[in-house]
Ligand binder design. Structure first.
Ligand SMILES: [Mg+2]
Length: 312
């Protein structure tokens, strides 16, 4: 439970901490907050209040609530929650996600139609919202959690590269929740993805890879996932991992949300500073005007872990 709550809350904290630094240069976070542990890092800015999480978390929570309320993977239900969210004026929404959700096409055709048109749909938008589903499907084992990841990713992202990257993240979280080191297990995780995508993910997940070597901006899924794993690998705790992720600049809220989900699963809720969790809040468009805070997030984490009633 400690790891499950760490993953769910850790991702939201990363999103809220990174949001004010989005599109900024590398090193901006540590220039402003040079000494870890000092406080004040949850600073708001760029249109975000102090402790306010962004679209990454909003979409993740819609996935979470669908899984909990439907009791299983209900893809049309997730898609219609996304649509309600997209048309309820979220402060931010990915361009591609917006295109797909407002296209008017059915849930199982909208993303594919977008990909046929654009040939370019490997943004990090399916990865950024994957922590709750990674938690929910962890108990079902590697193959099942990776398949669930692919199917949820495919609701908005027609590019199989996005499915495979999201599937890798699901499996890394699964391994961490089991108490093992997801970095040790990387070869097995990579062996389970589609062969067409293995080389590119092997490159960005290699211990020798550094985010400076990225061949795309970190709004793309490969460097985003690679940067999160790099941040986990090169630091020794939740706070330092998040700092490293935000300091990369660029798509800081998403890279930190992904890092936070993974680092939270590894280090657990107790490793996340309470000065960050106590100001956390998620206004949730498409939910009838609700705002979720730490107690609601912990309840959701509890529900995602489940009661053993689910038969899979
Ligand atoms: Mg965002």
């Amino acid at each position: 439970m400690e790891r499950v709550a760490g993953a769910v809350v850790g991702s939201v904290v990363g999103d809220a901490l990174g949001a004010p630094f989005e599109f900024g240069p590398a090193g901006a976070f540590s220039a402003r907050f040079p000494v870890p542990g000092t406080g004040g890092e949850m600073c708001g800015g760029g249109g975000w209040d102090i402790g306010e999480a962004t679209d990454d978390t909003q979409m993740a929570l819609h996935v979470a609530e669908s899984l909990v309320e439907r009791g299983d993977l209900d893809l049309p239900d997730i898609f219609s929650r996304f649509q309600r969210w997209a048309t309820d004026e979220p402060k931010d929404i990915g361009l591609q996600t917006d295109d797909v959700l407002t296209s008017g096409l059915p849930w199982d055709q909208a993303a594919a139609a977008h990909f046929r048109r654009s040939h370019h749909a490997a943004g990090n938008g399916s990865l950024m919202r994957a922590t709750p589903s990674a938690v929910y499907f962890a108990r079902d084992g590697r193959q099942a959690t990776m398949d669930a990841a692919r199917r949820i990713a495919a609701l908005t992202h027609g590019d199989p590269a996005a499915w495979e990257g999201t599937a890798i993240f699901h499996d890394l979280v699964r391994v961490a929740l089991n108490g093992a080191d997801p970095l040790d297990d990387l070869p097995q995780t990579l062996a389970a993805i589609h062969p067409d995508h293995r080389e590119r993910y092997s490159t960005v997940l290699d211990p020798k890879w550094h985010p400076d070597q990225a061949t795309e901006v970190n709004g793309a899924i490969w460097p985003c996932l690679g940067s999160a794993v790099w941040a986990l690998r090169t630091t020794r705790g939740y706070e330092d991992a998040i700092r490293a992720a935000i300091d990369l600049g660029g798509d800081t809220d998403t890279v930190a949300a992904v890092t936070g989900g993974l680092a939270g699963a590894v280090y657990g809720l107790a490793a996340i500073p309470t000065r960050w969790t106590e100001v956390l809040h998620v206004p949730l468009p498409g939910s009838g005007g609700r705002t979720l805070r730490l107690p609601e997030l912990l309840n959701l984490a509890d529900d995602l872990m489940g009661t053993g009633l689910r038969t899979g």
